[in-house]
Design a protein around this ligand. Structure first.
Ligand code: OGA
Ligand code: NI
Length: 345
């Protein structure tokens, strides 16, 4: 519990254990201005569905990241969600103590830094609240009891966020030419909520809130609030994700990259800190059920475009991903098919 950054950040200079190696430091954070990820108006789908599909598909192919506006999740739901999660992190430590755990198997927990505080080489400037959202009626009983509105507000956000995720997946299904409902069942059955809290940091140039990674799941929907901090790695450069009012950020995870046989991109991204204000984000990680089989969709592969990955169970992927501390290409390695083998199969 003492390890939570929010517990000690305003009493100390940046501890040495939070300083990243020079090659991963954000430095002065100069981001090329004008360069950002696409913004897709989902409201347009009602009048020009094919154009919306094209926009979502292009953004997923080129960036693996986009923002959506007119997405159907109301401003009230977004504000309530951000407010209740911010309130959670502001509560006195005693109120949160029972949720703190360093056991990754705990289904609802408060922890800090990244995958494993005990074994990581250096730490990250972040506290995290993470819990399952499926099956909702079972796991809601394990969610925080305070703030008292937490369960109600987050239930609504998770239901509406999931619906939005499925809408986007269906647009991608059509865009890729897969059979309708391809992602509807096992492949998108599970969901995790991850609330990230990045307190103000004494030296944002030396540390990261979250290291460069790709999300392991199918697709992620992120409410990033008003404060800049999310960056996407594209063509060898970091580009910033502009906070936009009432927008949600969407990114393709590794499973969608695999199922699409690399037609869609799972982009690397990271979070930087700032010295002025705390930044809070709320992510919904739509995932396959642990036993579901992940493989490139049969209709997207043929002799000319052989499958680039073997079939595997999602839980096998997850445990390897976490053992590699989220390292993007290493995490995918054992699931890739050697080119000649894929031609034969
Ligand atoms: C994540 C993530 C970005 C952010 O939680 O996987 O990429 O800005 N978060 O908090
Ligand atoms: Ni991420």
């Amino acid at each position: 519990m003492e390890r939570l950054v929010s517990n000690w950040y305003n009493h100390r200079a940046l501890p040495e254990s939070y300083i990243c190696p020079p090659e991963t430091r954000p430095g002065k954070l100069s981001i090329p201005s004008g360069d950002t990820i696409p913004v897709v108006n989902l409201g347009e789908a009602l009048i020009n569905r094919s154009n919306t599909i094209l926009n979502v598909l292009r953004a997923s192919q080129e960036f693996g990241f986009f923002q959506v506006v007119n997405h159907g999740v109301s401003e009230k739901v977004l504000n309530d969600t951000m407010n209740v999660v911010e309130e959670f992190f502001k509560m006195p430590m005693e109120e949160k103590a029972s949720l703190y755990s360093e056991d990754p198997n705990k289904v609802c927990r408060l922890y800090t830094s990244n995958i494993n505080y005990g074994t990581e080489k250096y730490h990250f400037w972040r506290d995290i609240l993470k819990h399952h959202c499926h099956p909702l009626d079972d796991c809601i009983k394990l969610w925080p009891q305070k703030p008292t509105r937490y369960r109600d507000v987050i239930r609504t956000f998770s239901v509406e966020g999931k619906k939005l995720g499925l809408t986007i997946l269906e647009l991608l299904t059509e865009g890729l030419g897969l059979e309708s409902g391809y992602f509807k069942k096992d492949l998108s059955e599970a969901m995790l909520l991850v609330a990230n809290h990045y307190p103000p940091c004494p030296d944002p140039s030396l540390t990261l809130g979250l290291p460069k990674h790709c999300d392991p799941n199918l697709i992620t929907i992120l409410l990033q609030g008003h404060t800049f901090g999310l960056q996407v790695f594209k063509d060898g450069q970091w580009i910033g994700v502009q906070p936009l009012p009432n927008a949600l950020v969407v990114n393709i995870g590794h499973q969608l990259r695999i199922v699409s046989n690399n037609k869609l991109k799972s982009a690397e991204h990271r979070a930087v800190t700032n010295s002025k204000v705390a930044r809070t984000t709320v992510g919904l990680f739509i995932s396959s059920s642990e036993d579901s089989i992940i493989e490139p969709a049969k209709s997207l592969t043929n002799a000319a475009q052989p499958p680039l990955y073997r079939a595997f169970r999602y839980k096998e992927f997850l445990s390897y991903y976490f053992s590699m501390m989220g390292d993007t290409e290493l995490a995918l390695q054992p699931f890739k098919l050697p080119f000649n083998q894929s031609v034969i199969s």
